[in-house]
Each structure stands twice: as C-alpha cells, then as structure tokens.
Write a new protein. Structure first.
Length: 90
C-alpha cells in the first residue's frame, strides 16, 4: 500500500461506517485488488521516496483524521480498525 491507498481505504471505511444512507442496506463488503502484482503489504519504496519523514509521521500520527478505534488509532491502524466497526462481514 502507498499513501494514497492508505488514505482511500480509511476514507471508504469511515464513510461506510458513519453514513447511515450508505450502510442501511449493506449486507457484505468485498475488498479486491487488481493488476499484475497486487499485494496488500506496505509499499515501502513509494512511502520513503515521497518524503519518508512526512509520510511516516502521517502513518503513525494519533489520532488519524479517520477516527478508527474511537479516535485512538493512527492511519496505519485505521485501515484495519475501521472495517471491524462495520455491522456486516468484510
């Protein structure tokens, strides 16, 4: 995952969790990737090349702007925590 992907995943989960019009008819959430070499791990090269200190600070700063784990998590944690708060299987 690179920084834009971290932010997009956290944003999607946060919107699904907090917007009743989006989640009232939700029954399941399927996450998928595409491309020749999709991987769910950290893209360390892109994170460090685009400003290692800035990006690492943003990943680890608490609380993140997305509010996962009752506002205690950082962005790296919120990409997981936020999905756990949804009322449907992911």
């Amino acid at each position: 995952l690179d920084m834009p992907m971290f932010e997009a995943i956290a944003d999607a989960a946060s919107r699904l969790k907090n917007d009743p019009t989006l989640n009232k008819n939700m029954r399941v959430i399927l996450l998928s990737g595409e491309g020749r070499a999709f991987c769910t791990g950290l893209d360390a090269k892109s994170v460090t090349l685009s400003g290692p200190t800035k990006n690492l600070d943003k990943l680890l700063e608490r609380p993140s702007e997305f509010g996962g784990e009752d506002g205690l998590g950082n962005l790296a944690q919120d990409v997981c925590y936020l999905w756990r708060g949804l009322p449907v299987p992911v």
